[in-house]
Write a protein that binds this ligand. Structure first.
Ligand code: BES
Ligand code: ZN
Length: 651
């Protein structure tokens, strides 16, 4: 493995910045703190089975996009100019692409370069190998790729006006994680290969463009008939899955000087009022684990087809509108995406086999932010809900997939997406915290983010860091922590610390009483928080096997009418209710189910419901097929990709 440094790139960038801006509006000054030393330290590249890149030979350091969004044809087209550094003598750089139309590859002087596209793999796409004269030591070169995306690019969803809140203007957004950036940007699409980026995006003049980067042209610039251009710059080196774009009828409302929310005008007030605590969350996060290194922290609330709850795109978290519940009850999602500004965006899993290093650390950190803002009891309820999800996963998944470090060779990184990296990862950190005490744990974790900022992290790197900086040769502590068991063994090690929420004790009692035949009117629903309601609806008698039933139709009808579940607006509560309804083949809830599945496309909600419907054979499958035929055109490729495997593609 080759060791290399980012220092060359950093100085090259400073130069570009100094030269830019002739004839342009005054250069917007970077609001990001300078890079720490860790960002320029030599790194060792881990082997990433989800990328064709050979970074130890040649690596992309900067991506400059110049793209036009064509909403009629549903394509982005233009150029990606890659700044490449390579080992002396190297004559090739290997990039990742999937489903792109590559029109030409040229050098800086406009001379064509030879390129070949490799065989297409359904998961990885195609390698793009560009050949050039041998590199000399320390040299950096540019290659200019002229290309277009395809209308069915998996990272992109092109919405018609009717799929937006306003109903009048089209919309485009991207979702890069895990390996979808290659469907709209030809680059080395591996989380260990950090790249800075710039972009100039041309779009219809009545739309606003936002990206996971600093806005250099807050108002846009005129770019010919009915078009505007928007320029962006991300000076922190980021993994390519964090390159993100949104285009639509967008407006902004500030929370404070450094955060605010973008969304469609008709949704702006609701989004602002729901999410105002974001500003306090950033302060709380900094107090816990050190400076926020990205300048602004804004949110983009997307149309309902956004396939995830949230996505931690730097400076601009993307979020589902299903968190706008009217009572701020689902804001832990913002705490989660914000926490990724440290765990994930600063210290990044080198490969998708260690997704727990992103997600487990983030769930832990998210909960600490929630505790700081809303107190210990709320934090414990959230932990406890996560713990129940974890138990279900430990029961249902193949043992091998309950390891934190998982082998994804030949598999889609999405296969590793379960509650294991999230909740087992968080339980691991909570166990370490409980063992060494919060003060020592926090000091280590803060140091971990500092020492490893802007670098890729592996299972081995984590173990090395924690042994060196926390355990420090204490053999008794080493034995008590069981670090290797946690990372490499299935299930939960014997030292796992389970969260205990006292608030859930009466909730469980109410659920038991109702199941045993008590009336729904005895359930103190109106006095409960969303988390207590989720707990109540998630409760199952221990004796009921997976897929079994525990309520009668009369009980379900009582529950539905007494708790007013047909009118329920909280997406988490609706989801929890519909899971019960489908498990019982409760026909009266089918209209609610149909409405829920056709008005939002968050995969976490949509996929389990289609799976449970499917498991209900001759009752559920026709319903699933019928609803999917209506719903599918509104879903993002990430969601249809998963649901197609269950229900099949409607014809
Ligand atoms: N980074 C993830 C989303 C993701 C993971 C996208 C893997 C693609 C592949 C994001 O931070 C996340 O975890 N979102 C959760 C919400 C969170 C509160 C647990 C989601 O979307 O449900
Ligand atoms: Zn996450």
């Amino acid at each position: 493995m080759t060791r290399t440094t980012l220092a060359g790139l950093v100085s090259a960038l400073a130069l570009t910045t100094a030269l830019a801006g002739c004839g342009q509006p005054a250069e917007v000054k970077s609001d990001m703190p300078p890079l720490p030393a860790s960002a320029t330290a030599p790194i060792t590249y881990a082997r990433d089975v989800h990328s064709y890149a050979q970074p130890e030979i040649a690596r992309v350091r900067n991506v400059a996009l110049d793209l036009t969004a064509d909403f009629e044809r549903k394509i982005l087209s233009g150029t990606a100019t890659l700044t490449v550094m390579a080992e002396p003598g190297a004559t090739q750089v290997v990039l990742d692409t999937r489903n792109l139309d590559i029109r030409s590859v040229k050098d800086e002087a406009g001379q064509p370069l030879q390129f070949v596209l490799g065989a297409a793999d359904p998961i990885l796409g195609q390698s793009l190998t560009v050949t050039f004269p041998p590199f000399t030591a320390g040299e950096s070169r540019k290659i200019v790729i002229d290309y277009a995306t395809r209308p069915d690019a998996s990272a992109l969803q092109w919405l018609t006006p009717s799929q937006t809140a306003g109903g009048e203007k089209p919309y485009l957004f991207s979702q890069g994680q895990a390996i979808l950036t290659r469907t709209w940007v030809p680059t080395q699409d591996s989380p260990g290969i950090r790249q800075t980026y710039e972009a100039r995006i041309v779009a219809p003049a009545d739309l606003t463009v936002v990206m996971s980067a600093q806005h250099l042209t807050p108002e846009g610039e005129s770019a010919g008939e009915g078009q505007k251009a928007w320029r962006f710059r991300m000076t922190n080196p980021i993994p390519p899955y964090l390159i993100a774009i949104g285009i639509g009828d967008l407006e902004f409302a500030a929370f404070d000087e450094r955060s605010g929310v973008w969304t469609e005008p008709s949704r702006l007030k609701a989004a602002h009022d729901e999410l105002v605590s974001t500003a306090d969350m950033v302060d709380a996060a900094e107090k816990l684990y050190g400076p926020y290194r990205w300048g602004r922290y804004d949110l983009l609330v997307l149309p309902p087809s956004f396939p995830f709850g949230g996505m931690e795109n730097p400076r601009l978290t993307f979020a589902t509108p299903t968190i706008i519940a009217g009572d701020q009850s689902l804001v832990s999602l913002v705490a989660h995406e914000l926490a990724h500004s440290w765990s994930g965006n600063l210290v990044t899993n080198a490969t998708w086999s260690d997704m727990w290093l992103n997600e487990g650390f983030t769930v832990y950190f998210e909960n600490r932010i929630m505790e700081a803002l809303y107190g210990r009891e709320r934090a414990l309820m959230l932990q406890s809900l996560g713990w129940s999800d974890l138990q279900a996963n430990l029961r249902d998944l193949p043992a091998a997939d309950t390891r934190l470090h998982i082998d994804l060779t030949g598999r889609d990184p999405d296969d590793g997406l379960s509650d294991i990296p999230y909740e087992k990862g968080a339980a691991f950190l909570r166990t370490i915290e409980a063992t060494v005490g919060r003060e020592r744990f926090d000091a280590w974790l803060k140091g971990y983010f500092e020492r490893n900022a802007f670098t890729p992290m592996t299972d081995v790197g984590f173990l090395k860091d924690i042994r060196q900086h926390l355990i420090q040769g204490d053999a008794a502590l080493e034995a008590r922590l069981q670090l290797d068991n946690w990372i490499y063994q299935p299930g939960l090690p014997s030292n796992a610390v389970a969260p205990v929420s006292n608030a859930f004790v009466p909730v469980d009692a109410a659920a038991r009483a109702f199941t045993l035949g008590g009336p729904a009117s005895a359930v103190p629903w109106s006095g409960w928080s969303t988390q207590e309601r989720q707990r109540f609806l998630g409760w199952r008698p221990a004796s009921v096997p997976a897929g079994g039933r525990w309520l009668t139709d009369a009980q379900l009808a009582d529950l539905e009418s007494t708790l007013k579940l047909r009118q329920e607006g909280n997406a988490e509560v609706v989801f929890a209710w519909l899971q019960i309804a489908v498990a019982h083949r409760y026909q009266a809830a089918v209209p609610t189910l149909e409405h829920f599945l056709t008005t939002q496309g968050r995969r976490k909600f949509v996929l389990p419901l289609f799976e449970s419907l499917w498991a209900q054979g001759d009752w559920g499958q026709p319903i699933a097929r019928r609803i999917y035929a209506t719903a599918r055109p509104g879903y993002h490729p990430v969601t249809t990709g998963s649901v197609d495997d269950v229900v099949g593609r409607p014809n």
